[in-house]
Write a protein that binds this ligand. Structure first.
Ligand SMILES: [Fe+2]
Length: 288
């Protein structure tokens, strides 16, 4: 079975500072970083690179696609619509596409109140084990064949200030995840845990308190109970495959799908037992 995993495409709607009263203080602060902090240059035409990425992954004919958050830059209606349009029929059905939100998809209180992520991608929250799913739609489970499953969790939080982008798993969702990982249905399968925040960075150290996953020890206690689990995350815009050790399972992060330094994704092959047989990096051209 072939699985593609990509992340952090950050489709961006451009604003001018004249629009500040309309777009609110959070997005105005983000605009400063975008225009003067080099972020606009680093991502170029993210929508254009994203289209190339979708073509490249379509050519590989994957059985299932994973996306680990940050479809958007500022969680605007236009950014969500564009991301959905670029994905085309890939995102029509949970049978082919699993996704979780990133902190940029919940950038403002208004975008959360409007349930903007759910309105565009909520149909993908359908779970194969709905009895162990909270009202938020997480965690959701997707069986892949007879030997593997995707479990999606939401680690996003509304940041108290722009620039703070830490996350955590809400206690009710962590409780459900704990029960799921103990269930017969998942004990028999290899579990691919899909989440936005990275529990550990490329060098095997936890991410910083302002950017990383809070309450890490409790989270690790839960996930380490499953014998065959890999973590598939994003948020840190670097591609890395961190081997399991005594403290954590194997962690795979395809990095940003559209960032100038190496836009692309991971393509993985699962064997008959559901375990990862191979992981390869696929690079795509950057669109300025
Ligand atoms: Fe992020």
């Amino acid at each position: 079975m072939r699985i593609v995993h990509f992340s952090d495409v950050h489709v961006r709607e451009d604003f001018s500072f004249r629009e500040a009263p309309k777009i609110g203080w959070r997005r105005t602060a983000a605009l400063t970083e975008l225009k003067f902090g080099g972020r606009a240059r680093d991502f170029g035409d993210a929508g254009g690179t994203f289209r190339t990425l979708v073509s490249a992954m379509t050519a590989l004919k994957p059985d299932h696609v994973l996306f680990s958050g940050d479809f958007t830059a500022l969680a605007t209606e236009k950014e969500f619509s564009q991301a959905r349009e670029i994905l085309g029929d890939w995102a029509d059905s949970p049978d082919r596409f699993s996704a979780v939100p990133g902190n940029h998809d919940r950038y403002t209180a208004g975008s959360i109140r409007a349930r903007r992520y759910e309105r565009h991608f909520g149909h993908l929250l359908q779970s194969d084990l709905p009895d162990l799913q909270t009202d938020s739609g997480f965690p959701f489970v997707r069986f892949l064949g007879n030997a593997a499953a995707v479990v999606g969790i939401d680690t996003t939080r509304l940041a108290p200030l722009p620039g703070l982008s830490f996350g955590e798993v809400r206690p009710a969702e962590l409780h459900c995840l704990d029960s799921l990982l103990h269930s017969d249905a998942l004990q028999r399968r290899h579990v691919m845990l899909l989440m936005h925040h990275a529990p550990f960075g490329p060098r095997g150290r936890p991410d910083t308190p302002t950017h990383g996953l809070w309450r890490l020890a409790r989270f690790l206690e839960v996930v380490r109970q499953h014998p065959r689990l890999t973590i598939h995350c994003g948020h840190i815009h670097r591609r890395y495959d961190l081997a399991a050790d005594a403290t954590h399972p194997r962690i795979l992060n395809p990095g940003s799908g559209t960032l100038h330094s190496g836009p692309g994704f991971y393509v993985m092959e699962l064997d008959d037992t559901g375990s990862l047989r191979s992981v390869e990096e696929v690079r795509v051209p950057f669109t300025v």
